[in-house]
Design a protein around this ligand. Sequence first.
Ligand code: ADP
Ligand code: ADP
Length: 243
Amino acid sequence: PPLLRVEGLSKTYRSGGFFGRGGRVTHAVKDVSFTLRRGATLGIVGESGSGKSTLARCVVRLLTSESGSIHLDDIDLSALTDNDWHRESRRIQMVFQDPYGSLNPRRRVGELVAQGPIVRGAPRREVEARVRELFALVGLDPKAVDRFPHEFSGGQRQRIGLARALALDPDVLVADEAVSALDVSVQAQVLALLADLRERLNLSVLFITHDLRVAGQIADDILVMKDGAVVEAGPTARVFADP
Ligand code: ADP
Ligand code: ADP
């Protein structure tokens, strides 16, 4: 059975209007279904506005979907209370497009990476050792844990974002435009790192990108979204071979 199974997921934004009356309604995600196998990378591609980010945010529960289900193994994540979700959330972690935007500039990067395990009650001494291991794992100097986010380049910040996600030892990594803000040469380095980590840690990756070239490099399977719906899905070679 697949590790992650999303079925019939839909998400609507309502904006403007007073007290829920009037305003605009955007059907950002429409009846989307897919599965993700353990160790596999699924590329979710589509133009800007096609619903990729909304889908990613629903999967990691930054947003709640109106309908559909999200199963991790046999747990129905969409049916969990917030408290129960907090226990399972370790298993699905997200890496954002701009880790600068998601890394608190006033906190040392080692603290940012340690935060998830600390919040979950892991002993500080153990976490500090683990954070230095994670820095080495993602190709950063373990001595850099005491520095601040602005002291790192874009590619290095993306590695910090990865370390922060991996600190919770997840099964699924959701990468939302994780290399899109980087120069092509740095992109290649971060993609190679991601591919290497996926092998070593047997991670499943949901890789969201508007960039077909990048998706073709990293994904085993591709899901193409347009206007919130899935318009094509299948193995990468087959999807890209289609005229
Ligand atoms: P993306 O990079 O996914 O295309 P954008 O850069 O367009 O997203 O949007 C950045 C942020 O603004 C996101 O948090 C997104 O949820 C939000 N956003 C996008 N479109 C709208 C909209 N029409 N109304 C309100 N917020 C929006
Ligand atoms: P993508 O990630 O593919 O760029 P998004 O999921 O960001 O697509 O956006 C899908 C649709 O939902 C777009 O029409 C966008 O404008 C709209 N949207 C995204 N975030 C919001 C928001 N917070 N409020 C209202 N509309 C939004």
